[in-house]
Design a binder for this molecule. Structure first.
Ligand code: DX5
Ligand code: ZN
Length: 224
């Protein structure tokens, strides 16, 4: 079920950026027309990979006015939320499996001035939204299993996108529906048609030579 208004958002994932020049990379994608900076946090516990923490989030903060969209793939999650809020995060999403008490974590994120998102793996039942959707600003639907960039889009996620769109519609609230993993020029229009409004793209953007041309092409596919 596609959305009515065409306000789509492109969120380059820094996981595929050049970490030796992260500030430059953030400035480059902002100049190339990105709407958000997707900041993947991995702890080698919840997912089998280790990336960056609040210090690096604070490091990139001065380089852009774009919202920093922090995706916590960590367990436990509550202790680190205030640190990311202080480091300049604007949105913080977490995986329900990583939280002792999902509604408490959502409240903690919002109490620290950030928008709250729930990140759902392809196999996570949508029933987790039943008592939480009204409290969320964002649903982050994984279209790969979390832990790495450059993976293939999992097609079976498409009906889940439509179902979450229907549930968001039923709330009457403006909750963002972000899809994360394997988004490319070849599939972004189908993901939008299924009901997404916000698109994470890591390797598609940072693996390309011209970020503006790539983001422009993604937008053209969305507008087609
Ligand atoms: C995976 C991360 C994604 C990933 C997206 O665990 O949450 O944000 O970096 O990268 P691509 O677009 O290359 O799949
Ligand atoms: Zn992510």
């Amino acid at each position: 079920m596609a959305r009515t208004d065409p306000a789509f958002r492109i969120a380059p994932s820094l996981l595929s950026a050049d970490f030796a020049r992260l500030g430059e990379e953030v400035r480059a994608v902002a100049a190339a027309g990105a709407d958000l900076v997707h900041f993947d946090v991995m702890d080698n516990h919840y997912v089998p990979n280790l990336t960056v923490g609040p210090l690096v989030c604070a490091g990139i903060r001065p380089h852009t006015t774009l919202p920093i969209d922090v995706h916590l793939m960590v367990r436990p999650v509550d202790r680190i939320v205030p640190d990311f809020a202080r480091a300049g995060a604007n949105l913080i999403s977490f995986h329900p499996e990583a939280s002792e008490q999902v509604e408490r974590t959502i409240a903690l994120i919002r109490d620290h001035g950030c928008k709250a998102g729930l990140a759902l793996n392809p196999a996570t039942p949508l029933s987790v939204l039943e008592h939480t959707l009204q409290k969320l600003d964002l649903v982050l639907l994984m279209s790969v299993n979390p832990g790495f960039g450059g993976q293939a889009f999992i097609e079976s996620v498409l009906p889940r996108i439509g179902e979450v769109r229907r549930r968001i519609q039923a709330t009457g609230r403006d909750i963002w529906l972000e899809v994360d993993g394997g988004i490319k020029a070849e599939n972004i229009a189908r993901v939008a048609a299924a009901g997404a409004d916000t698109f994470v793209a890591g390797s598609a953007i940072f693996g390309s030579k011209d970020y503006a041309a790539t983001i422009g092409d993604l937008r053209a596919r969305l507008a087609a």
